[in-house]
Structure formats: C-alpha cells, structure tokens
Design a protein around this ligand. Sequence first.
Ligand code: ZN
Length: 181
Amino acid sequence: MECPFCAETIKYEAIVCKHCSRDLRVVRPVILEIQEIVSELDGLQRELDRVDASLARIRFPFRYFTKHTIAYVLAPVVLLVAAHIVVTIKLDVAPLYLRLASVIIPLPFGLALYARQKIGFRGAFLVGVVTAGIAVTCMLTVTGFNDNVPIVPGPWSNGVKLSNISRVSPLRSRPATFLVY
Ligand SMILES: [Zn+2]
C-alpha cells in the first residue's frame, strides 16, 4: 500500500513508514475503510449498469429492440449470408470454409451480447437460435434463386435439387456452431 504522508510504497503490515518515519497506526484503519468503500462503490456501479440496461429495455422497448436486433441479429446474418455467397457461389470452394465462417462470424457477436447486455445464457442462446434460423433461411433463399430450385426442400425435390441444397445444410446440421450465443 501507499504511505498517505509521503506516497511511497510500503508493506501492508508496516506500522511506521520506512521512508518518512511517520506513525501509521492511526491512519491504517481509515485507509482500510476507504479501500472497502471503493470496492463497495465498484459493486454498486455494476449494479447500476444492470438496472440502467433493464430500465432502457422497459422504457424504450421499441428502440432497444431495434438497436439490438440490428447489432446482434442482422449484422451477423448479413455477414453469414455474404460468406455463404462468396464460398458457395462466387468461389465454389469446399464447404469447410463456410463451416469455419459460420463459427468465426457469430462468435464475437455472441460474446459481446453475453458480456455486455446481461441477458443471461438462455436469452443469449435464444438470440443465437433466431439468428441461425434467419441466416439459414436467407442462405436457402439465395441458393434457391441462384440454382433455381425450391427454397424449402420437400418431397417434390429430386436428387439433383437436393444436392444443391445440401451445400448449405452443413450449417443447419450444426447447431453447436451457434451455441456461442
Ligand atoms: Zn511515508
């Protein structure tokens, strides 16, 4: 800790400062109390942040919802669909790259959502599921338009059409990809 008289660093147990030789017995309880108050204040500040966040959710539900939907749902969806277009249509390379992208792209969004928005694991997971659903739907739509096949694979799809759709199915069969949310 720091000596309150000369500001030099001294041992925590010291009763006399080795630098300025002042008696620390009287001031030590005050210093300890101040440290306690500071850590208590930190806790209160965190609590206040939490309350502020939930208050914003209650007071301006539309603004909150729009802002966070854009930041945590639409942004990763746009990036995922862009990655899907680049990997499967523009470059036509192995779907492994798409799988990698589908893990890497949502990761920072999921972590930011969990760390900053205090919505808990279940809330974050739900947002992840919704994002994954929208992203997969968009990818199927894009593939559908590009290859001129039905968007939803059904019994009417023949083998060729299914093989086209199976390009995006790795995403769908990998729910763990979006577990980071
Ligand atoms: Zn001192």
